[in-house]
Write a protein that binds this ligand. Structure first.
Ligand SMILES: Cc1ncc(COP(=O)(O)O)c(C=O)c1O
Length: 405
């Protein structure tokens, strides 16, 4: 990963954008390509890498990622259709709660690689639809595992996701009586925001539980899916999930299970670093002694800081030109709150952040905007224009003919 190159490319692009091209999402495809390659290289061969498309399903991103992943994880009929159209032939795992009969039928007709079963009701619905067809499934389990402090817990406590361990037996009986359903193992996605050590600890507990459960129930366990949730630290944008430590830890954990394939399906930690939300300062004013910078755009484009209650990291790109006949509003050596154009006090992108100098007309590039950003935002609120989308190209390296090993 070469972040210096990334910033240079980005910086040039930010300056070249016309005012009417802002706000803009800028995706650095080269960064994504290098980052995904590094993740893949850090993982043992026996670990399959699926990308959770819900983090960002931008087609150009998926096209880059398909070179590096074993498949995509989708969580709706819409995502299934989109991913199949964008990356035809790439294996797909279909998860998520509340799958409708129409979505299950779509999965059966288009042929997904795995269906993650969330409940007995869903399994029964599936058996009703199957007819002569077969299907490969994992049972999603909500394991009682202590998670410690995490950004977003989705299991290990009461949750609408997956099956409690003692609800698995009725599903096993249904599967045992139905030759059309091939059970490969279990799926867990217990939390988001785990660092490598915490994730490995969860993995260790999941593997021990799964192998014990399979032995007791006579299940042939060939696959465990650990879900995603690899942490992204928005307060330290230069840090990364330690994929190298995670990969070697998984290699160690897998040693006692020679016949098991492990899958992971990260989303945020894969695409978050390649995306930037770039905009400009429309106004700077003071209210009750506090400085506010009002930006073009806002949380209807980049909802991440509002949902996660953090300050979105950003860089200021000074624009020296000022052609108006009045004094340019600015903030100097003070705390500033960066807000958007919405008529709600919740439209805050960064609160009370120290700035040396910020002027009306300067540009702001919010980093870590490549995941759960545009696609989770409430776009239509107030009917402001949508942002523009730019992709800084990834030129595939051409290898001279005959030089492949
Ligand atoms: C089942 C499942 N898998 C994978 C993910 C991706 O998680 P993350 O983006 O935190 O890696 C999610 C996120 O909610 C999920 O629900």
């Amino acid at each position: 990963m070469n972040d210096a190159v990334t910033s240079d490319r980005l910086l040039r692009h930010v300056h070249e954008l016309d005012e009417d091209q802002l706000p803009a999402y800028v995706y650095d495809l080269e960064q994504l390509h290098e980052h995904a390659a590094a993740i893949r290289a850090a993982l043992p061969e026996r670990v399959q890498l699926f990308y959770a498309a819900k983090a960002n399903s931008d087609s150009r991103l998926l096209e880059v990622l398909r070179e590096h992943v074993d498949g995509f994880e989708v969580a709706s009929g819409g995502e299934l259709h989109h991913v199949q159209a964008t990356a035809p032939g790439t294996p797909i795992a279909f998860g998520g709660p509340g799958k409708t009969a129409a979505e299950l039928e779509q999965a059966l007709q288009t042929g997904v690689d795995r269906l993650h079963i969330e409940s007995e009701q869903e399994l029964r619905l599936l058996t009703e639809l199957l007819g002569e067809r077969t299907v490969d499934v994992l049972l999603r389990v909500n394991l009682p595992i202590a998670l410690g402090p995490v950004a977003l817990a989705m299991g290990g406590r009461p949750s609408p996701f997956g099956l409690d361990p003692d609800h698995l037996d009725p599903c096993l009986s249904l599967i045992a009586a139905d030759h059309r359903i091939r059970l490969h193992g279990i799926h867990v996605h217990l939390a988001s925001g785990l660092d490598a050590t915490a994730h490995l600890d969860v993995a260790r507990q999941v593997l021990a539980w799964a192998s014990n459960w399979a032995t007791k129930r006579g299940v042939q366990l060939s696959e465990v899916n650990l879900g995603g949730g690899m942490g992204v630290d928005y307060t330290r944008p230069d840090t990364r999930f330690d994929w190298t430590a995670f990969g070697s830890g998984l290699r160690r954990l897998l040693q006692p299970y020679p016949h098991l394939t492990l899958r992971i399906e990260p989303g945020r930690s894969v695409t978050v670093y390649c995306g930037w939300y770039v905009t400009e300062v429309l106004d700077i004013k003071r209210s009750h002694g506090h400085a506010f910078a009002i930006l073009r755009g806002g949380t209807h484009h980049l909802r991440t800081p509002a949902t996660k209650q953090h300050n979105q990291p950003f860089a200021i790109h000074p624009v020296d030109t000022w052609n108006r006949p009045w004094q340019r509003p600015e903030a100097r050596d003070e705390l500033v709150t960066l807000v958007g154009q919405l008529c709600t006090p919740k439209d805050v992108l960064a609160r009370n952040v120290p700035v040396a100098r910020l002027r009306t007309g300067d540009r702001i590039a919010f980093s870590l905007a490549g995941a759960y950003a545009w696609n989770i935002s409430h776009h239509d609120f107030l009917m402001h224009p949508a942002p523009h989308f730019h992709h800084l190209d990834h030129a595939p390296v051409s290898v001279p003919a005959g030089s492949h090993p």
